[in-house]
Design a protein around this ligand. Structure first.
Ligand code: TYM
Length: 326
């Protein structure tokens, strides 16, 4: 059985980019039960950029609750918080010893996040090493991610080669599994949807608020009037239709947009209804979860994860000649 690992940062609200690009696929893997699944709330990654401790604490629980509501049943997968398993940061240090600085300097996420910043932490630079540790700690071979994270998974694969070559065959090579939803852009239509860019729609915002954001979302910039034919292939709304609407609806949207029969509002209304249909049961599930239930799930998850993590780190220490033991 393949072992699958993926992570998500508790750094912002859980938006529909995270939902369509990650959680939804994870939930379908949980339903299928074909693979061994580990999903991690990566709080240690979230501290690589400025953050508020109280806010971080709150977001960890909130995100876990959102993920369980999406279908990450803690009895059917290992759902846990990264810093509850301290072996993540330990292994990251060991892996840093075989990672060339040049490789980290080439990471596009680092370049983007460090650009024009007064303060750039060392942790932001070594971020991908911690991500490699997340994956390798569990010897995962499949890593579901959006396209923005593929470069990091490829670096993890390089790290495996370097490590195994130097210290013996310990790790299998991980492979990215690209999420089926293409990158969801923000409501500004330019950048990737993300809370920090203030262009996101919170998955579990009340339906009217959800609509408020969707209503103003950018579409095809060349379609200025309803009578202009639209180009669904460049429109973020169409991308979302393809993710949440039935195929027949997508075809209808495509035809009505290209023939200028529907305006963007008509198209968005249909999208909103389809989102709402899908999210209603998840909202109900979410309302049924309290903090205690969420904490209990995370404690169990950490315990399960830690058993494997400890074994791997012991193996690594031995291979590298670390420690006082024989
Ligand atoms: P993060 O927290 O930014 O995002 C979690 C996952 O959601 C995907 N995603 C999107 N997909 C489509 N459209 C969007 N607008 C969008 N926004 C986010 C991301 O591609 C990602 O798969 N470094 C990772 C977290 C991580 C991790 C790992 C992932 C830490 N360790 C180990 C896999 C394996 C990150 O920041 O994801």
């Amino acid at each position: 059985r393949a072992r699958v690992f993926s992570g998500i940062q508790p750094s912002g609200e859980f938006h529909i980019g995270n939902y369509l690009g990650a959680a939804r696929q994870w939930a379908s893997m949980v339903r299928d039960q074909k693979e061994e699944l580990l999903f991690c709330i990566v709080d240690a990654h979230a501290i690589t950029v400025p953050f508020e401790p109280a806010e971080l604490k709150r977001r960890i629980l909130a995100l876990t609750r959102d993920l369980i509501a999406c279908g990450l049943d803690p009895d059917k997968c290992t759902l846990f918080v990264q810093s509850d398993v301290p072996e993540h940061t330990e292994l990251a240090w060991y892996l840093a010893a075989v990672t060339p600085m040049g490789d980290l300097g080439r990471m596009t996420q680092f370049k983007e996040k460090s650009e024009n910043k007064d303060f750039v932490s060392c942790a932001l630079f070594t971020y991908p090493v911690l991500m490699s540790a997340d994956i390798l700690l569990y010897k995962a071979t499949v890593v579901p991610v959006g396209d923005d994270q593929v470069q990091h998974v490829e670096l993890a694969r390089e790290t495996v080669r370097r490590f195994n070559h130097r210290f013996g065959e310990i790790f299998p090579e991980p492979h990215p599994r690209l999420s089926t939803a293409t990158r969801i852009k923000g409501v500004d239509g330019n950048a990737k949807m993300s809370k920090s860019k203030n262009n996101s729609i919170a998955t579990f915002s009340p339906p009217d608020e959800f609509w408020g954001k969707l209503r103003t979302a950018f579409t095809d910039p060349q379609r200025l009037r309803k009578s202009d034919p639209g180009r669904p292939e460049v429109c973020n709304i169409y991308t979302m239709h393809k993710a949440v609407s039935p195929e027949a609806t997508c075809n209808e949207v495509y035809a009505n947009c290209t023939q200028a029969k529907w305006g963007c509002m008509d198209c968005k209304k249909v999208l909103w209804e389809n989102f709402d249909r899908e999210l209603t049961p998840l909202r109900e599930k979410r309302a049924s979860l309290d903090d205690d239930a969420v904490r209990a799930a995370l404690a169990k998850g950490a315990e399960k994860a830690r058993a494997t993590a400890k074994e791997t780190v012991t193996e690594v220490r031995t291979a590298m000649g670390l420690g006082s033991g024989a």
